[in-house]
Ligand binder design. Structure first.
Ligand SMILES: Cc1ncc(C[n+]2csc(CCOP(=O)(O)OP(=O)(O)O)c2C)c(N)n1
Ligand SMILES: [Mg+2]
Length: 323
């Protein structure tokens, strides 16, 4: 029996399902000819959703390109998220960010386009929290490919030196674009590198939402107590391709058997079965969550499609911020 409140577990399950139906909808929209750059979260719902469930609303998220679990988990309305992805004026960046989601109100610091460029920024957010003597933390997400970039070294070193309240979460899905990480990464466990910065590390099953929540919560508590950063490596797998352009690409850079094996470890199904097994929810209750998520995404699609594009005047709005 996990030491997590029932409400939290059900919220995690619900957000994982909402994320799955969001992803499915984006697939359909892309197939219908709507231009959205989709880095599908399918197969990676557990870590992003469980990690953000352990945050307070005032905490920060430094996201990355893989999926949108960090946005939905942090409380972004799918209407607003989908509108932004479709470049509509009702999106969180008034349609000017597109896939580069940011939302200051939700403290989502902006999804970067350059791999690992956000790692030193996360350290900076952590430093700012410390200087302001606030009690917030920042979750910083990135992939296994990004973990080989130079920015990682600088960002993690500074975060450790400053004892910044940052939790680094590396979602190791075994591939960066079409390259398996065994060809590019010098260690089997990326988390081992944290030792070189004096940062404690944890390795988790990235398809196990409960384990993800517990590990991230512990790291958050540590950061909030002023003890500095933690590095968490979540071992996982992306079921779909890198983007919609390589929707599956089976038999190309990865064997079908490998994908099939990982599909059996589906994190959504796993949590569903786990919740029923510990009698935390009935099949009917969980089906209702699924039904609600479907209704929500239909409304989001209608809202986004009916929303106007930004106007010419909007282009120069929000370019500078008040000092
Ligand atoms: C500095 C830099 N190099 C290359 C790219 C192109 N690129 C975008 S995503 C990606 C793969 C990233 O792999 P990983 O970090 O493992 O994340 P995943 O896509 O597997 O979730 C690459 C190479 C980029 N955006 N920035
Ligand atoms: Mg990867």
């Amino acid at each position: 029996m996990p030491a997590i409140e029932k409400d939290t577990l059900l919220k995690i399950y619900s957000n994982m399902v909402r994320l799955r139906v969001f992803d499915d909808k984006v697939n359909l929209l892309v197939e219908s000819g709507i231009r959205i750059t989709q880095h599908s979260t399918r197969g990676q719902e557990a870590t992003q959703i469980a990690a953000t469930a352990a945050l307070e609303p005032t905490d920060y998220v430094m996201p990355y390109h893989r999926g949108w679990g960090w946005a939905i988990g942090k409380g972004m309305d799918p209407k607003i998220l989908l509108s932004e992805l479709m470049g509509k004026g009702t999106g969180c960046c008034a349609g000017k960010g597109g896939v580069h989601i940011a939302d200051w109100k939700l403290r989502i610091m902006g999804r970067p386009g350059v791999q690992a460029a956000h790692i030193p920024i996360a350290a900076g957010v952590g430093l700012s929290i410390k200087l302001r003597k606030a009690k917030d933390v920042v979750l910083c997400f990135f992939g296994d490919g990004a973990s080989n970039e130079g920015n990682i070294h600088e960002g993690m070193n500074l975060a450790a030196v400053w004892k910044a309240p940052v939790v680094f979460i590396c979602e190791n899905n075994l591939y960066a674009l079409f390259t398996p990480n065994i060809e590019t990464t010098s260690v089997q466990d990326i988390a081992d590198r944290a030792q070189g910065y004096g940062i404690p590390r944890a390795i988790i099953d990235g398809n196990d939402a409960i384990a993800g929540y517990e590990a991230v919560k512990q790291a958050i508590d540590r950061a909030r107590a002023g003890l500095g950063p933690t590095f968490i490596e979540a071992k996982t797998y992306r079921i779909h391709g890198h983007t919609a352009m390589d929707r599956f690409h089976l038999g190309g850079y990865r064997p079908k058997e490998e994908v099939d094996e990982w599909e059996k470890k589906d994190p959504v199904k796993r949590l569903r079965e786990g919740l029923m097994e510990i009698r935390m929810a009935t099949a009917q209750e969980l089906d209702e969550i699924g039904q609600k998520a479907k209704e929500e995404i239909e409304e989001a699609e209608k809202f986004a499609k009916e929303s106007p594009y930004p106007t010419r005047e909007d282009i120069l709005r929000d370019v500078y911020c008040e000092a």
